[in-house]
Design a protein around this ligand. Structure first.
Ligand code: FE2
Length: 165
């Protein structure tokens, strides 16, 4: 007997959107890492590669939850990434902006799920927490970077970026 899905169409759609944004972010961090490598900021490159890998763990959590709900995740098409990255500052600003957008997406989905399916809402709570931490982390990195920019210590910033968080 095939297990019957416990997800409504709108809950499935929200989870698919969440899964897609995690894959998109994973690719975005890879794109940023590639550009930082070209610029010679090798620790910042490593930082973004680690971020990229972490998004794939979030993606997998959604796949597993969809499976637990008796459904199956569909693999979405991921848009090409064209953001220009000419400095660590560009990279961190893209990071900060994106994490805020994704936090908003999870908050809206959470509100919808809270009305419709508390099981999904409860699952989503951890992602609000993860996103809120990510926004804080990029905020801290950006503040530190602004100081490094003023004191012309960009190379030192790159040297220590892996110890900051
Ligand atoms: Fe994520």
């Amino acid at each position: 007997m095939v297990v019957k899905s416990r997800l409504s169409a709108s809950m499935k759609e929200g989870l698919q959107d969440a899964l897609q944004v995690e894959l998109y972010q994973s690719n975005l961090w890879k794109h940023i890492a590639n550009n930082l490598q070209r610029l010679g900021f090798f620790n910042s490159q490593k930082y973004f590669l680690a971020e990229s890998a972490e998004e794939l763990t979030h993606y997998q959590m959604h796949v597993n939850f969809i499976n637990d709900m008796g459904d199956v995740a569909d693999m979405p098409k991921i848009d090409a990434i064209r953001d220009e990255v000419e400095s660590i500052g560009d990279a961190l600003e893209i990071g900060y902006r994106t994490e805020i957008d994704v936090l908003k997406q999870y908050k809206n989905f959470y509100k919808e799920a809270f009305e419709e399916d508390v099981e999904v809402a409860q699952y989503l709570e951890q992602f609000i927490h993860i996103q809120s931490k990510a926004v804080g982390q990029y905020g801290d990195l950006l503040s530190k970077y602004k100081v490094a920019e003023e004191t012309k210590e960009i190379l030192e910033f790159d040297q220590h970026i892996l110890d900051i968080n």
